[in-house]
Design a protein around this ligand. Structure first.
Ligand code: MN
Length: 152
């Protein structure tokens, strides 16, 4: 089960974060959450295969072309997490404030093991974006960047 890691790390009687439920949503939504944890980062989450595929980006996601951001893949989150904003209490996993930085829908141009090309329709992130595996950075490392419209 893909959400086991998510559930294992959290005590839902303590954290305000949502508990996974089997909620079916078919919309291709994405969200970026600004997470003021020990180290500020931005969590990019894409609704895919019934979960939110997730990446932690240590710097603000690029709104323009020419900036490649490292994106570290993290555990899948439940779809409900896309609406989450709040403060994860001290001492808990991911303690700190979570705020929605951007959200919207996306369309898939191509989806491969090593590379995803997506069209994001958010407020800040709009246009053609690429998630590319970055093998030099390790198993979970990807690069996230805005790509040229209509080709590369
Ligand atoms: Mn985070």
């Amino acid at each position: 089960m893909s959400l086991e890691d998510y559930a294992k790390k959290r005590d839902f009687s303590k954290t305000p974060e949502p508990e996974p439920e089997a909620r079916a949503k078919h919309e291709n939504i994405f969200v970026v959450q600004e997470h003021h944890a020990r180290r500020l980062h931005y969590d990019l989450r894409l609704a895919m295969q019934g979960v939110l595929k997730s990446w932690a980006i240590p710097k603000p996601p690029p709104t323009e072309r020419g900036v490649r951001r490292l994106a570290i893949q993290t555990e899948d989150h439940p779809l409900e997490y896309a609406d989450f904003e709040g403060v994860i209490p001290e001492g808990l996993y991911g303690a700190g404030e979570v705020r929605i930085w951007d959200r919207g829908t996306y369309e898939i141009e191509s989806l491969k093991e090593e590379k995803m090309v997506l069209h994001l329709k958010g407020e800040k992130l709009r246009g053609r974006y690429v998630l590319l595996r970055f093998k030099k950075g390790g198993e979970k490392a990807w690069l996230f960047f805005r790509a040229k419209e209509g080709g590369e």
